[in-house]
Design a protein around this ligand. Structure first.
Ligand SMILES: N[C@@H](CCC(=O)N[C@@H](CS)C(=O)NCC(=O)O)C(=O)O
Length: 217
């Protein structure tokens, strides 16, 4: 079996370190014990070879022999088809993994990412648009709190849905905005204390630390 290749940026500023989405791929591959290498593409001055792999000029993408696949959710489903550690094999567990993976991306992250852009920018202007976004995020968190009060993992056992959902919620927690969401916080803690996450996180931090060293040499 050839090794999977995870491609990420060759360097990123400090703020996204530990959160660059290649972490989802690293985490899944570590959970599954699948061998992989990490390759890089320039963060600055993105050129055509990059856009041919990821049409938005973003990362990550995964290479598996002749196959290249972009979008972290699609990549995780691709990997989940290849490992019992990433998705239950019985029908109900498979369905729940797929629906919760899409929910993480399309119902939670689609609210939390624009919200985080405001938070990172320091824009605290009290505008109607901002209030709507805050209310939208609050509603998603309220419902996730109710769900996570009742279950340890979204599809019964740990799956790729938990990788994406906990990663999306981790971004909210970064701004201490889960203080009233104990079940969400405990879920993030369960997920991010898994050895596979800890390894993926450490590797990403070290990858960019060594990129700094090369840049400053
Ligand atoms: N929906 C994409 C989002 C990828 C994404 O936002 N990647 C960020 C890094 S975490 C990126 O490439 N940012 C640079 C940019 O958008 O120009 C996925 O989940 O793969």
């Amino acid at each position: 079996m050839s090794k999977f290749i995870v491609t990420t940026f060759d360097w990123v500023p400090d703020v996204p370190r530990g959160y660059v989405r290649d972490i989802r791929l690293r985490w899944a591959l570590e959970e599954a014990g699948l061998p992989y290498d990490v390759a890089s593409t320039p963060f600055e001055n993105r050129k055509d070879p990059h856009f041919s792999k990821q049409p938005f000029g973003q990362v990550p993408w995964l290479t598996d022999g002749d196959v290249t696949i972009f979008e972290s959710g699609a990549i995780l489903l691709y990997l989940a088809e290849r490992s019992n550690a990433l998705m239950p094999r019985e029908e109900q567990g498979r369905i729940e993994t797929i629906e919760w993976l899409f929910a993480a991306l399309n119902s939670v992250e689609m609210a939390t990412v624009p919200w985080s852009i405001f938070m990172f920018s320091g824009d605290t202007a009290d505008t109607p648009g901002r209030k709507s976004l805050d209310d939208f995020v609050a509603s998603r968190l309220l419902h996730m709190e109710q769900v996570l009060t009742k279950r340890e993992w979204l599809a019964g056992e740990f799956s790729v849905a938990d990788i994406v959902m906990s990663d999306a919620l981790r971004l909210v927690d970064r701004f201490n905005s889960l203080e009233e969401h104990e079940a969400c916080r405990e879920y993030i803690s369960r997920a991010t204390n898994r050895p596979a996450f800890l390894k993926a996180y450490k590797d990403q931090i070290e990858f960019y630390a060594s990129a700094d060293t090369k840049r400053n040499a």
